[in-house]
Design a protein around this ligand. Sequence first.
Ligand code: GTP
Ligand code: MG
Length: 223
Amino acid sequence: MEIKILRDILSANDTIARRNQGRLDEHGTLTINIMSSPGAGKTSLIMQTIARLKPKTRLAVIEGDIASRIDADKIHQQGVPVIQINTDGGCHLEANMTENALNNLSLEEIDLLLIENVGNLVCPAEFTLGEDKKVMLLSLPEGDDKPYKYPLMFSQADVVLINKIDLMPYLDFDVGAFSKAVSGLNPRVKIFPVSCKTGEGLEPWFAWLEDEIKGKKSRRGKK
Ligand SMILES: Nc1nc2c(ncn2[C@@H]2O[C@H](COP(=O)(O)OP(=O)(O)OP(=O)(O)O)[C@@H](O)[C@H]2O)c(=O)[nH]1
Ligand SMILES: [Mg+2]
């Protein structure tokens, strides 16, 4: 019985996610679902990405949090359109929440839509939102064993950012062992070690995003 309910919820979610994807495709808006544990650096990555890409890219952000508008306020201060979704206890975003947010954005004016999912290493991976790519962060203090303990998100991600590498001297995090574990789960994944504090290692992330934006625009004939 419980399994049937879960299936129903997931298929309803997938139906709405496909609708979202259709709208985003129509407008050539590259959409990235950013996931991680609480505090791994999702908002910091978004802030760095805005600082770097805003001069030449039209960005918008959807912020998912259980409560508060703290992250949305930070994005707003950068002059970027932002919608805050409060899930009121829900541990992940769902496609219907994303659809509501899309209804409040001018998609024809957005090249890159960054969605910050609720901080959680488990549930967000189970709910597609209609995004083009899934990106996750794993920060050094969380430990290099997480791909073994929380395999789903690592196996679904298109990009894994290893964040907080500025803390390397203080922590026993084996980047080689971590990368091998992630690639074992997900051979096509791209892995970028970065610091969203110092900016180190972020160039390959920006280059990847710019390529993806161009690809999405050319597929839709958007100028
Ligand atoms: N040392 C260091 N600190 C970082 C780095 N990136 C983020 N932080 C810090 O980590 C803390 C959490 O960063 P956020 O960007 O708010 O993390 P988040 O994933 O958005 O957190 P939630 O939205 O609460 O899930 C903040 O104090 C950041 O300044 C980094 O590369 N190095
Ligand atoms: Mg955040």
